[in-house]
Write a protein that binds this ligand. Sequence first.
Ligand code: 6GU
Length: 227
Amino acid sequence: MKIDILSLFPDIFSSVFEESIIKRAKELGKVEIRIVNFRDYSKDPHHKVDDTPYGGGQGMVLCCQPIFDCVNAIKTTESKVILLTPDGAVYKQSLAYDLSREKHLIIICGHYEGFDERIRTLVDLEVSIGDYILTGGEFASMVLVDSIVRLLPGVIKEESHLQESFHNNLLDYPVYTKPRVYEGLEVPEVLVNGDHKKIDEYRERMSVERTKKRRPDLWSEERYDEL
Ligand code: 6GU
């Protein structure tokens, strides 16, 4: 997969994609990540990328020209263009799965007080990472990249995906490791007596209970297949 991130602040990204799983995914050739400063595409003599809003109001608005020219320069028939904005669709694991099957993602980070509304005509998808306001899309883009790259085939063990939170809209079951008793806190009996059918049942029950209790919204959104 190729990922192009369009941002005015390329330095923000310098270390985050050079560590851990994403670093390994890049070394394995599973993903190629480029940070593109769309200021480089500005035709303004001073490389300006924003201007005051028509109709008046506070702050500066990102102009169409640099972003249009940048996207059009790097876009191919295989590209999916995503705009990061707090008024986009709220990001979730099912979208991470869908996006992990794409060949080329172009992720536009909005910034300042806003962007020209016509920029929306360039994009396939508008995404928010939650109901709060960030200063720009940079951190949101890292969230998308991290959640997508770990799903690419061969990056982490695929069985792990089946067990993790949000698969099937269920939260994770609790896990324990040695010692069996820590300061009086015991590991549940069922996990230590080796009956794998009972262990599977216990884990499924715990996932369901935890989801109903902590995230009733997930539970009602899409019932777990087998129940
Ligand atoms: Cl994608 N951008 C900004 N600026 N704020 C956000 C967001 C995105 N998602 C949640 N808050």
